[in-house]
Design a protein around this ligand. Structure first.
Ligand code: ADE
Length: 229
């Protein structure tokens, strides 16, 4: 899979590429993560990428011509055609909520482009004419889409076959279909007893069927409204 991120801060994505465990996971999963700077493609002489909003108001808005030029130059296609070839997702607080289901859906794609906003956000024509859809990672406003893009990359990477050491780790994890969308059950490891805090006996019993049942019950419990799970 190839994920391209368009941003004003491409170097931030080194954070995702450098650490050995992430680099290994990406390599095993066949993920190529590229980051492009809007500034490298702006057709404006002063290197400008944004402008004041029409109609007035605070903040600056990312320009449609700048984003179009970036897409066109990177993919060698008219900007409006790029979204016919690959999924182009705008990260914005008003997008569709990013969930385990969306992560799975994106992980199925061979190619994905993420557009990060800054300032007051995007000129609406970017969303309408250049992107396929918009995604939000939560009902709060970040200073930009970069952290949201990293969240998407991280969650998508986990879904790719080969990314995690153990083949089942991403299948039965929180919010997955295998757990009917509920949070994952609690985990324990050695020591079996620490300061009188004991690991549930069932987990030491070796009864795989009963352990499975216990885990399912704990997962369901955590998923009930008001459980804080
Ligand atoms: N950009 C700013 N805030 C965001 C959010 N909550 N989700 C996705 N992109 C964003």
């Amino acid at each position: 899979m190839q994920i391209d991120v368009f941003t004003l801060f491409p170097e931030w994505f080194d954070w995702m590429r450098r650490p050995r465990h992430l680099a290994n996971a990406a390599e095993h999963a066949g993920l190529e993560l590229r980051a492009f700077s809007y500034r490298d493609y702006t057709p404006l002489s002063a290197g400008q990428v944004d402008d004041a909003p029409y109609g007035g108001g605070a903040g600056m808005v990312l320009r449609v011509d700048v984003i179009a030029e970036g897409l066109q130059r990177v993919y060698g296609l008219p900007a409006a055609d790029v979204r016919r070839r690959r999924r182009v997702v705008v990260l914005t607080p008003r997008g569709r909520m990013f969930t385990d289901r969306v992560a799975r859906e994106l992980a199925e794609l061979p190619e994905l482009t993420l557009l990060c906003g800054r300032y007051e956000g995007f000129d609406e024509r970017i969303v309408e004419h250049l992107a396929t859809d918009a995604v939000s990672i939560g009902r709060y406003v970040l200073a930009g889409g970069e952290l949201a893009a990293m969240v998407v990359c991280d969650a998508v990477l986990r879904k790719l076959p080969g990314a995690l050491g153990h083949a089942d780790s991403a299948i039965e994890e929180s919010f997955s279909e295998a757990l009917d969308g509920a949070p994952e059950y609690p985990h324990y490891t050695r020591p079996a007893s620490y300061r009188g805090w004991d690991v549930p006996e069932i987990l030491l019993s070796g009864h795989h069927e009963r352990i499975r049942e216990w885990r399912r019950e704990r997962s369901e419990e955590r998923g009930r409204p008001g459980s804080g799970g």
